[in-house]
Each structure stands twice: as structure tokens, then as C-alpha cells.
Design a protein around this ligand. Structure first.
Ligand SMILES: [Zn+2]
Length: 80
């Protein structure tokens, strides 16, 4: 089944992870917001959500069609 193989792949990937830099490469660095609709899509989910992009490559809101505002995630900013 597709779901099982997806989980297996995720688990395999988890155990195969050898360096930390690879992890940050796949992590969400922020999210796109539509202030009018209160819609939030993580930047790593834009493709999965199938959002259209404007001429500059900025995802547009699926509800109202305006360009969304990018906001960096503060959770990833720890430098300790
Ligand atoms: Zn909107």
C-alpha cells in the first residue's frame, strides 16, 4: 500500500540521517501567509498544497489569489 511504503521510507530516511545539515535542508524555514484570509502554508508545503505562484515565484492565496507574505520561522533560529 502507498501509505505503508511512505512510512517505511520515512523511517529509513530517519535512521540513515548522518549529518545535521541535511536535516535543516528539508526543514521548514518559514511560512507564507495571506493576512486577509488568515491562510498559512509552510514553505515546504507549497508544492504539496498545489499553490499557484505569481511572476516572482511567490505563492498566491488559494482563496483570494493575492500574493502571500513570507514569514521566517523563529523556531529554526537557535544558534546555541
Ligand atoms: Zn487570501
Amino acid at each position: 500500500m502507498g501509505i505503508v511504503s511512505t512510512i517505511e521510507r520515512a523511517l529509513t530516511r530517519e535512521s540513515n540521517r548522518s549529518d545535521e545539515t541535511a536535516e535543516t535542508g528539508t526543514k521548514s524555514t518559514g511560512a507564507y501567509w495571506c493576512d486577509d484570509c488568515n491562510v498559512r502554508v509552510r514553505n515546504v508545503d507549497v508544492e504539496a498544497e498545489g499553490l499557484d505562484r505569481d511572476d516572482e515565484g511567490t505563492p498566491v492565496c488559494p482563496d483570494c489569489g493575492t500574493s502571500m507574505r513570507f514569514e521566517r520561522s523563529h523556531a529554526d533560529g537557535c544558534a546555541c
